[in-house]
Write a protein that binds this ligand. Structure first.
Ligand SMILES: [Zn+2]
Length: 504
């Protein structure tokens, strides 16, 4: 196989298009070295909504596109199972106070949301990451990370025993989000996991134990730890989990646009202050999601989980197609018209593949001299479309151009097939090209084509023709018809009462 080609991807930190993988990525020089890719995962206090899935599908596209172009990828996605929201959900009254019971209660609370997350991503055909570390199972790495920050003078203790990161001490603070440190109130601190840029201040690394909150004893992981029993801040979790599974420097890190501040800004500060080296070589962020041109919110009644859409009769793979059809950096306006459009496009792709499968079984295998070397000319067209598709991916994952290549394949091949004379090898090549594109789109075309959409009249017609061919002792024709049916997933059984059929 030839060397994989590099991409041009927009980098949030430098606000410019950069070659990816970067020159200093080990993946550039060692073909066995995967691209290290960290993606912020779900906070399991609720079911994920379509805005979350936009980000996870975008990240899945990144992995699929890199693999399509020949790179290996190791993706790590964390599960935030301890933070302000999960704690509040698990123990809303704050009545209990025994750390072990509170930890168990937190686990019991997050378990169904973790299960639902995996069920949803499977329905959306989002490929599984290599590792899904859970924050509550990575506490040791967090304790050690704060220990290093303390050693290097990048952490201080507040009056109540919690530890904070002094943002003014880290020279790069604010670079990712474009925060002006002049606007930050000196000496102010923030304990909550989420806040906006106007509230930028020293953020909490380790929160001292509070009544009603689950807690861990740091000395169980590091006997010399000066940290009190307590729990990690959300931002610390990702710095620790990425370091644990991907090392100190990552090739790529991504998330939704709303992760840039404070979450990713704080991750950079913690990781680089502790390790003294670059945390992330390339930052990627996807745009936000609107529903019918409005911000999605429970109070507006336009807040949708995947299950909400399935309950309305929509198909998960159509949701996937809709969410990936807008370029990842642009805002995505989710509309039900758009979803119906995605359903129509999905149907068109499935029908096209089914047609290729049917016609492949019955098309002539003609010697080259008879039809000319290029046959109908489908061969060069397929090469061009494959080039266009790969070029679109390399151009900052230009999904519009990639989808244009896919639908040009559908339109042109349909026309050629209508005209007749397409050779079997050409149809097979078109089918393989489409399935290759689907490695990136992830629409499971290969699994759905030919099934459930079989028209009985089409089958009956071929069975009648096969019976006729047999009566005429034209067994080659009869076999070709049986093969055509088999290619579409139709199994024929010959019985004394005549042929019976079913779909595999
Ligand atoms: Zn994160």
């Amino acid at each position: 196989m030839s060397n994989p080609e590099t991409l041009s991807l927009y980098d949030t930190l430098t606000r410019s298009y950069k070659e990816f993988p970067p020159q200093d990525s080990p993946a550039r020089t060692n073909p066995d070295e995967p691209i290290s890719y960290y993606t912020c995962g779900p906070t399991v206090y609720d079911s994920a909504h379509i805005g979350n899935f936009r980000a996870y599908i975008f990240e899945d596209q990144v992995v699929r596109a890199l693999e399509y172009l020949g790179w290996k990828v190791k993706q790590v996605m964390n599960i935030t199972d301890v933070d302000d929201k999960t704690i509040k959900g698990a123990n809303p009254t704050g009545a209990d106070n025994e750390p072990r019971i509170l930890r168990e209660r937190l686990d019991a609370y997050t378990a169904p949301y973790i299960e639902a997350f995996f069920a949803d991503i499977d329905k959306l055909n989002i490929r599984r990451a290599a590792v899904y570390p859970r924050a509550t199972r990575t506490i040791g790495a967090m304790v050690l990370l704060v220990g290093r920050l303390i050693e290097k003078g990048f952490a201080y203790r507040g009056e109540d025993g919690s530890w904070y990161f002094p943002i003014r001490q880290f020279p790069g603070y604010g670079w990712l989000s474009g925060l002006d440190l002049e606007q930050v109130s000196v000496g102010a601190r923030v304990d909550s996991d989420e806040y906006d840029k106007l509230d930028a201040r020293d953020f909490v690394l380790w929160k001292t134990r509070r009544p009603g909150e689950p807690s861990w004893d740091p000395t169980e992981y590091d006997a010399a730890s000066p940290l009190p029993p307590g729990r990690p801040g959300w931002h610390l979790e990702c710095s620790a989990m990425s370091g644990r599974h991907l090392g100190e420097t990552l090739d790529m890190h991504s998330g939704g646009h709303d992760n840039i501040f404070p979450h990713h800004e704080n991750e950079i500060a913690q990781s680089e202050a502790a390790n003294g080296t670059t945390f992330v070589r390339h930052w990627l962020h996807c745009g936000y999601l609107l529903v019918e041109n409005q911000k999605m919110s429970k109070s507006l009644g336009n807040f949708f989980t995947l299950q909400n859409l399935l309950d309305r009769g929509h198909e998960a793979l159509a949701v996937r197609l809709l969410l990936l059809s807008t370029h990842y950096r642009k805002p995505l306006n989710f509309t039900f018209d758009g979803l119906r459009g995605a359903e129509a496009n999905l149907k068109r792709l499935r029908e096209f593949l089914r047609r290729l499968e049917r016609e492949e079984a019955s098309a002539p295998v003609a010697p080259d001299e008879e039809l000319g070397l290029g046959g109908t000319g489908a061969g060069p067209l397929l090469s061009k479309l494959k080039d266009d598709f790969a070029a679109a991916l390399r151009d900052d994952l230009n999904i519009s151009k990639a989808l244009a290549a896919v639908f040009e394949l559908v339109g042109t091949l349909n026309r050629l097939l209508d005209g007749g004379g397409v050779r079997r090898e050409e149809i097979a090549a078109a089918r393989k090209t489409l399935l290759g594109f689907d490695e990136v789109l992830g629409l499971r075309l290969g699994e759905n084509a030919g099934k459930a959409t079989i028209e009985p009249a089409w089958v009956e017609e071929r069975l009648a023709a096969r019976q006729q061919a047999r009566r005429e002792r034209d067994f080659a024709r009869a076999d070709a018809l049986r093969d055509e049916l088999a290619a579409a997933g139709v199994v024929v059984e010959d019985t004394p009462e005549g042929p019976r059929w079913h779909v595999e």
